[in-house]
Write a protein that binds this ligand. Structure first.
Ligand code: SF4
Length: 203
């Protein structure tokens, strides 16, 4: 059976959708091998199915629960809200790895839902201009994908959310310096990560 809840280090990851508004050239979805095969879902699980799978784990043994997987997790606000409620009731924090398109995807501003449910909002900055972003993220929103993401980050920060942008180290020192400026302008932190991790947490 495909994996709805999976372990990465001492974190538990929730994989509730395979839909995404991007088609990033570095996405693990583009790597066809046995490591990631089980994250392809036959269908999206219901909230109760996700909760059932999560309850198989002892949360005391993990540091956090992360919404991430083979898709953009904000397609599943129902899962995010219900699972976050459960995770917080167990005294554990939540994190999301998102492309920042959630408000556009849902047709409304979801930043308050993010801030209310997610302790660390990880947003893939990836690049430092709309054109460069589109070149590697191949968004259905074209160059607007970058602006949509930045605006989402700003909205989350404005509501008191802890936002962490991420870029890969391979973009080089000049772009990393610009990424730091963007993060500062937005009020977010910046995480510089390796290009690909062999654990599915590629953003
Ligand atoms: S890396 Fe994330 S945003 Fe990019 S295509 Fe994969 S799931 Fe979507």
């Amino acid at each position: 059976m495909e994996e709805i809840v999976y372990k990465v280090g001492n974190s538990l990851y929730i994989n509730a959708t395979n839909k995404c508004t991007n088609n990033c050239v570095f996405c693990v979805r583009t790597y066809k091998n046995d490591i990631y095969g089980d994250l392809w879902l036959d269908r999206e699980p219901t909230v109760d199915e996700v909760l059932f799978e999560l309850k198989k784990f002892d949360l005391n043994k993990f540091k956090e629960v992360v919404f991430c997987g083979f898709g953009e997790p904000t397609y599943r606000l129902d899962v995010i809200e219900k699972i976050s409620e459960y995770v917080h009731s167990k005294g554990k924090p939540t994190r999301i790895n998102t492309n920042g398109h959630g408000s556009k995807i849902n047709g409304r501003d979801i930043s308050q839902i993010m801030v209310d449910n997610i302790d660390t909002i990880g947003i893939s900055l990836n690049e430092v201009t709309p054109e460069a972003y589109q070149e590697i993220c191949k968004s259905v929103y074209k160059e607007d994908g970058f602006t949509i993401m930045i605006d989402f980050a700003k909205a989350c920060v404005k509501k008191g959310g802890h936002v962490v942008f991420s870029v890969v180290d391979s973009i080089g020192p000049e772009k990393i310096a610009r990424a730091k400026e963007i993060a500062k302008e937005v009020g977010a932190d910046l995480r510089i990560r390796e290009l690909i991790k062999e654990d599915g947490s590629n953003r």
